[in-house]
Ligand binder design. Structure first.
Ligand code: CU
Length: 453
């Protein structure tokens, strides 16, 4: 499990804590973050660097120092909390563009006057000694697309001066593991799109249809294969039998024309344990130029092909290209990653060996896209092959509101709400793994490996 709320575990509720213990087997630069709502965007994240003995370190000859203070954690800052920014953007009533790039939580954005002088909030700074080579580990917690757009030219500084960076170079140390050259056992085309249809979340066609909304105010639903994915009421990894089979769907099982009607379910793909899986991920590039940085939980993949057709690319055009053999897979020393940006109007082809049983989320890492449906669960193996759920593991699920029949104030309106499922509540049994320490978390944490730099 890796902490995705309502997929691998229950959310960690208010006034409770949850302890994760894991073996740090995966050396490199990683980070953790909250995976509920917009928590990551609003600051719930941090770096984790797993070091290894010098004898195992492939980059050892490239630097003199690899210091814990040389971690650069980059973040977008929208100044106000993220949700109102995204709601404004979603309803065409404002921008969600971040106003600043923060480095380790710092940036020269706010201005203060001190007499005649102007003072800004401080920037992050890093100390180095002239003539030495340093390893900097860079992590992006971008909530939109990658915010690192420009670095300045080297200014020739040698020591005791501010230094401007000459260039940033990403090193991939991974060789070819040799298992990706055979034909995949399972192959999926995943079309990432914004669909403008009546969505029951915003436009109930019986009362407030999309057709009566001014065209530039019509919301677009971020989807994969025309499905807005949601998470079930209970986490299927730890409460498999509490999730009705009917709550899942995918392109092959939906009954409606999802191009024209809004389709929403827990979007799930099934693969067998040990399968070689190939994902052809397509960004059709409409209606905006918006690339999708996709991320997979539970695995790293090899990116064996990438291409851009133009400012837009229809899903069928990419499929046709592939069908006639015009998407060449490059399996030799293919980049080994768990996140990659799908080019706007293009595609990436990803392969991984499904050797980690469980329920794993594959999603766009743009916060707002993921939060409202641009994701899919990959079920690897059968329930019997999943790791055993620990004893007294917290459980959660839907519950029904029971109105008090003796309540004299009951009226017809109250009765109308009886037995409506209204909330998801997490029930932490006594002496469970969740300890009632009073630590206010209200979050859950997912470890996400990022490519090391
Ligand atoms: Cu996206």
């Amino acid at each position: 499990m890796d902490g995705v709320s309502l997929l691998t575990q229950c959310p960690v509720t208010y006034r409770s804590s949850f302890t994760y213990r894991f073996k740090a087997l995966d050396a490199g630069t990683h980070y953790w973050h909250g995976h509920t709502g917009m928590q990551r965007a609003d600051g719930l994240f941090g770096a984790i660097v797993v070091r290894q003995p010098p004898s195992h370190e492939p980059h050892l000859t490239l630097y003199d120092h690899d210091l814990s203070e040389h971690v650069i954690l980059v973040h977008d800052w929208t100044k106000r909390s993220t949700l109102p920014s995204y709601l404004a953007h979603h309803h065409n009533d404002g921008s969600n563009a971040p106003e600043l790039m923060l480095i380790n939580g710092m940036g020269a954005h706010e201005e203060f006057k001190d007499g005649n002088s102007t003072i800004y909030t401080p920037r992050a700074s890093f100390t180095v000694e002239g003539g030495k080579r340093y390893r900097f580990r860079v992590i992006s917690n971008a909530i939109g697309e990658c915010p690192i757009q420009r670095v300045n030219p080297w200014n020739g500084a040698t020591s005791n001066k501010d230094i401007e960076i000459t260039r940033m170079r990403s090193e991939l140390a991974d060789g070819n593991d040799g298992v990706l050259t055979s034909d995949p056992d399972k192959k999926f085309y995943l079309g990432m799109l914004f669909n403008q249809v009546n969505s029951l979340k915003y436009n109930n066609p019986d009362f407030y249809p999309l057709s009566v909304v001014v065209s530039n105010k019509r919301v677009f639903s971020p989807q994969i294969n025309f499905i807005s994915s949601n998470l079930p009421d209970s986490p299927p990894l730890s409460q498999y039998d509490d999730v009705p089979a009917s709550s899942y769907c995918n392109e092959l099982t939906v009954q409606t024309d999802c191009h024209r009607e809004w389709c929403s379910c827990t979007h799930k793909l099934d693969v067998s344990l040990g399968d070689l899986v190939e994902l052809v991920v397509i960004d059709q590039g409409l209606p905006w130029e918006s690339s999708h940085p996709v991320h997979i939980h539970g695995f790293k993949f090899r990116a064996v092909a990438m291409g851009k057709l133009g400012t837009s690319a229809s899903f069928q055009a990419v499929k046709d290209l592939d069908r006639v053999g015009n998407i060449t897979r490059s399996t030799s020393r293919a980049p080994y990653k768990d996140s990659i940006t799908v080019p706007d109007g293009g595609y990436v082809v990803l392969r991984f060996r499904a050797d980690n049983p469980g329920m794993w989320l594959f999603h766009c890492h743009v916060e707002a896209h993921a939060d409202i449906g641009m994701g899919v669960i990959i079920q690897v193996g059968e329930k019997s092959e999943f790791p055993k759920t620990p004893k007294n593991f917290p459980k959660c699920g839907s519950w029904n509101y029971e109105a008090d029949d003796d309540d004299d104030d009951d009226d017809d309106n109250d009765d109308a709400h009886k037995n409506q499922p209204i909330l998801v509540q997490c029930l932490n049994p006594p002496n469970s793994a969740v300890t009632q320490t009073g630590l206010v978390t209200g979050l859950l944490v997912a470890l996400v490996a990022s490519s090391g730099v």
